[in-house]
Design a protein around this ligand. Structure first.
Ligand SMILES: Cc1cc2nc3c(=O)[nH]c(=O)nc-3n(C[C@H](O)[C@H](O)[C@H](O)COP(=O)(O)O)c2cc1C
Length: 387
C-alpha cells in the first residue's frame, strides 16, 4: 500500500494506472496550456501570514455552500467521462463525497446516468448542465434531476464552444475508447483499470444515449455534441433556464466582474469563478487572480465559489481568505479516483482537509468563516496592471 501524503502522490499513481488517453484528457489544458499552468503558479505566488500563541483548540472547517452544510467548503466539480477514469467512477466519487460530507456534482457528460448515481449514492448531489439548443432535452434533463432529488443545478457557461486540447485529438479520445493497436497496447499494461471496465456495463454517456433525439448509440454522440451546444446562449436564456429549474442554481465559468454582476442580477444563488481548469480560453487569467476583483464587484450580492488549480488545502484557504465562500476541485479528486477508486477520492478529500485544518491553525484561525485577507501576503500588483 503506497504512502499518500499529498495530491501529487495520487497523480503519480493515477498516471501509472489509467490508460494514457484518459490521463491526457484530464491532465491537459487548451492550446498552449498557459492558463492551465497559471492556475497553479498563481496560487503559489500568494503567501500565508503565520501567527503564534493563538489558542488553536476546537477548530472547525465545517461551513455551508448554498445553504447546505458541508464538512469543509470543497465540492467535487463536474468532470465529464469520470466513469472512464475508473469503472463506475461517478458512483464511487459520489459515495466518497457523501461519506465525507461534501457536495458531488454530476456532469451532463458522465458515464453513469443521473438515475444510476441517485440509486447508488446515499446523499443528494448537484447536477451540471451544459446549455443546449434542444429545449425538450433540457426540460427532460431537469425533470430527471428533480426526480433524482438533485439539490442544485450547476449551469456551465464557459463552454458554448469547445476549447481545443491537442492531445485529445491526437489520442482519438472517445467513450468507449477507440481500439487502435497503440491504445490496446497501452491498455494491456493497465490491468487494474481493464478488469474494472470488463466488470461494468457503464461505458457510454448515460445521460445522453437513449435520451437525446437521434442519439441511440455511442457512434452518433460525436455529431450530437457538435450540433447540440447552444451558440446563441445569452443572459435571457440563462434567466429562462433558472426559471425552468425552479430550485438552487449555480452559474459556473464566470471570470469577469461584469459577468459576475449579471449572474447576481438574473437571480442565481451562486457563481463559480472558473476558467474550466484551463481547458477553454487559453490566455485567460487564472481564477485566483480575478477573484479579488469579482469580490469587489459583487460583494454579498451573490455567493462566490472558485475552482481551477486547487491542489491542496493551502489553495483552498487562499481562495476562502480572498472572499470565496466555497471551492471546487476537479483534477485533485480525479487523480484519487484513477489511482485507487472510491478510497482514492476519500484520500484526496482527507489530504485537503488535513492541509486546510493545519494551515488554518498555523495562521492563527479556528474557523473557516474567520479567514480573510488578513491571513495572506499578496503581491502588491497580484491582480495585474492590465489595460
Ligand atoms: C477531465 C475534465 C473534465 C471536465 N468536464 C467538465 C464537465 O463535463 N462540465 C463542466 O462544467 N466542467 C468540466 N470540467 C471542469 C471542472 O468542472 C472544473 O472547472 C476544473 O476541473 C477545475 O480545475 P482543476 O481541475 O484544476 O481543479 C472538467 C475538467 C476536467 C479536468
Amino acid at each position: 500500500m503506497p504512502v499518500i501524503t499529498n495530491i501529487e502522490d495520487l497523480r503519480r499513481i493515477y498516471e501509472r494506472r489509467v490508460p494514457r488517453m484518459f490521463y491526457d484528457y484530464a491532465e491537459t489544458g487548451s492550446w498552449t496550456e498557459q492558463t492551465f499552468r497559471d492556475n497553479s503558479s498563481d496560487f503559489a505566488d500568494i503567501r500565508l501570514r503565520q501567527r503564534v500563541a493563538v489558542d488553536m483548540t476546537g477548530r472547525s472547517t465545517a461551513s455551508q455552500m448554498i445553504g447546505q452544510d458541508v464538512a469543509m467548503p470543497v465540492a467535487l466539480a463536474p468532470v465529464g467521462l469520470t466513469g472512464m477514469q475508473c469503472a463506475d467512477g461517478e458512483i464511487k466519487a459520489a459515495r466518497a463525497a457523501a461519506a465525507f460530507g461534501v457536495p458531488f456534482t454530476l456532469s451532463t457528460l458522465s458515464i453513469c446516468s443521473i438515475e444510476d448515481v441517485a440509486e447508488h449514492s446515499p446523499a443528494p448531489f448537484w447536477f451540471q448542465v451544459y446549455t443546449l439548443k434542444d429545449d425538450d432535452f433540457m426540460r427532460r434533463l431537469f425533470e430527471r434531476a428533480r426526480a433524482a432529488n438533485c439539490s442544485a443545478i450547476v449551469i456551465t457557461l464557459d463552454l458554448q464552444i469547445g476549447g481545443q486540447r491537442h492531445k485529445d485529438i491526437k489520442n482519438g479520445l472517445s467513450a468507449p475508447p477507440k481500439l487502435t493497436a497503440k491504445s490496446v497496447a497501452n491498455m494491456m499494461t493497465k490491468w487494474r483499470w481493464g478488469m474494472g471496465m470488463l466488470g461494468t456495463k457503464r461505458r457510454f454517456f448515460g445521460n445522453v444515449i437513449g435520451h437525446a433525439k437521434g442519439v441511440s448509440d455511442p457512434g452518433s454522440l460525436t455529431s450530437w455534441t457538435q450540433e447540440a451546444f447552444d451558440h446563441a446562449l445569452d443572459w435571457d436564456r440563462v434567466r429562462q433556464l433558472i426559471e425552468m429549474w425552479g430550485g438552487k442554481v449555480i452559474l459556473k465559468g464566470i471570470l469577469d466582474a461584469e459577468d459576475a454582476k449579471m449572474a447576481a442580477r438574473v437571480g442565481a444563488d451562486a457563481i463559480v469563478v472558473s476558467n474550466h481548469g484551463g481547458r477553454q480560453l487559453d490566455g485567460a487569467l487564472s481564477s485566483i487572480r480575478v477573484l479579488p476583483e469579482i469580490m469587489d464587484a459583487v460583494g454579498d450580492d451573490i455567493e462566490v465559489h472558485l475552482d481551477s488549480g486547487i491542489r491542496s488545502g493551502q489553495d483552498v484557504l487562499k481562495a476562502l481568505a480572498l472572499g470565496a465562500k466555497g471551492t471546487m476541485i476537479g483534477r485533485a479528486f480525479v487523480y484519487g479516483l484513477g489511482a485507487m477508486g472510491q478510497q482514492g477520492v476519500t484520500t484526496a478529500l482527507e489530504v485537503i482537509h488535513k492541509e486546510l485544518d493545519t494551515t488554518m491553525a498555523l495562521c492563527g484561525e479556528k474557523n473557516v468563516a474567520n479567514l480573510g485577507r488578513h491571513n495572506l501576503l499578496v503581491p502588491r500588483n497580484f491582480g495585474g496592471d492590465w489595460v
